[in-house]
Ligand binder design. Structure first.
Ligand code: LLP
Length: 414
């Protein structure tokens, strides 16, 4: 039975002020209990044997978090040789990793082949490239089943307007290349896009991929991709994705399909955000305020170098204000625009947001920042990437990645 629990007491035995005093600002903070809980929810999404969850490393590649995810019994996806490298460092076995790259070189493919890692290709030309490099080897093909979904057009990966996947009209050509290079097609996969909160698009995608799967014999697995959304607007009581409903529908669909077409097939999913986003909060500090053109600006160290989602996708993250280690209650609110310290007008964390009255020295918590946060951070303006801290299951804090130093800024220069 699938149980989705709201976990509270994010900061355990400590509080935002103590954390910033100890580790500096800005700071990514993760909660181990929440991460483990989300892993378990995804593992229970389909009540069938031969169902595997591959964590999509791109959402958060911190080594300690990867170790926790591995200890929960998940496998993983990698998008690049760098992600393969960190997954191996985190203790994942090569057979637990699926490499799902896009437009890669011979050298990158060879790296995965040498590590004995399964590779998914997403075009005929990449299939041929892999065939030339590794004739007689195993291969997985990523299809674009025509179904797309996502919170922004930049993250919809299925359908006719994206660069991803092999078109189902090219199945005959796939078979021809597989035969020409004596490849063994062990699986097919897809990813419709990132963040849906209604189950329909995912189920449509599953049905569309299964219709492709019946056209291949002897597949070991069918992998339906990720995209499971989280509610970023909790302060407005946004509803969660109904996993119980999705579980019932998916389990029925998949068990029928397996009984009809291929009793030996495994099913996989590839969640990223769902596992890590709510496990992370980004903390920052208020250093200034000003009025301009009727807008109140709250100046912080939360630039888009630290969290780019609002600037890149107009994404919403709920904000909490902390003073003296405690959250300031949302009783008296004022519309403010929260900005960072980067030299660009678009450096906005939250536009005209109703927040409690903020004072200099207050701390801000950017909620649900554990997915596509640190991994998309940069050194723009030669700012240093922040540290990352874990609140473990006992509620104790521990540094899991140090803050960068000025030396790191020139470490690669020759
Ligand atoms: N599998 C593949 C092949 C993917 O490309 C992705 C995400 C996933 C799985 C995991 O998707 P998830 O479960 O996390 O939605 N930076 C954007 C999201 C980009 C997602 C890219 N692909 C954001 O911050 O919203």
């Amino acid at each position: 039975m699938l149980a989705v629990t709201e976990l509270t007491n994010f900061y355990g035995e400590t509080d935002p002020q103590a954390l910033i005093a100890k580790y500096g600002s800005p700071l990514y903070v993760y909660n181990e209990r929440i991460l483990r809980q989300r892993c378990r929810e995804m593992k229970e999404l389909v009540s069938l044997d031969g169902f595997r969850v591959n964590y999509s490393t791109k959402a958060n590649a911190n080594l300690e978090l990867l170790k926790i995810i591995r200890s929960e019994g998940l496998d993983a996806d990698a998008m690049s040789p760098g992600e393969i490298y960190v997954l191996l460092k985190a203790g994942f076995k090569p057979e637990q990793i699926l490499f799902i790259p896009n437009n890669v070189s011979d050298q990158e493919l060879q790296y995965a082949i040498d590590q004995k890692i399964k590779i998914s290709v997403d075009s005929l030309s990449q299939l041929e490239r892999l065939g030339r490099l590794h004739p007689g080897g195993e291969v997985v093909v990523r299809f674009n089943s025509g179904v797309g979904a996502g919170h922004h057009e930049k993250v919809v990966t299925g359908g006719s307007k994206t660069k991803f996947g092999v078109n189902p009209g090219q199945i005959a050509a796939v078979k021809e290349l597989v035969a020409r290079y004596r490849l063994k097609l062990i699986g097919i996969n897809q990813h419709i896009g990132s963040l849906f909160l209604e189950e329909k698009p995912y189920l449509d995608g599953v049905k569309a991929l299964l219709a492709i799967a019946v056209q291949f014999e002897g597949l070991s697995f069918v992998d339906f991709g990720g995209g499971f959304g989280i509610p970023y607007r909790k302060q407005e009581s946004q509803a969660r994705l109904d996993l119980t409903k999705l579980c019932t529908q998916l389990t029925g669909l998949l068990s029928n399909w397996r009984a009809t077409y291929n009793p030996a097939v495994e099913f996989k999913i590839e969640p990223g955000r769902y596992l890590v986003a709510e496990s992370g909060v980004l903390l920052g500090t208020v250093y200034a305020h000003k009025e301009n053109g009727g807008t109140t600006y709250i100046g912080t160290d939360l630039g888009f170098n630290v969290l780019i989602r609002p600037a890149l996708y107009d994404s919403h993250h709920d904000l909490e204000v902390y003073r003296n280690g405690k959250v300031v209650s949302r009783t008296e609110l004022q519309p403010v625009t929260v900005v960072g310290n980067i030299c660009e007008t678009g450096d906005i964390m939250a536009k005209e947001r109703e927040l409690p009255l903020i004072e200099e020295g207050d701390l801000l918590g950017v909620m649900d920042a554990g997915g596509y946060g640190y991994v998309m951070s940069s050194n723009y303006n030669n700012r240093l990437r922040p540290a990352e801290v874990l609140i473990d299951q006992n509620g104790d804090d521990r540094l899991i990645r140090r803050r960068e130093t000025f030396e790191d800024l020139v470490a690669c220069c020759v």
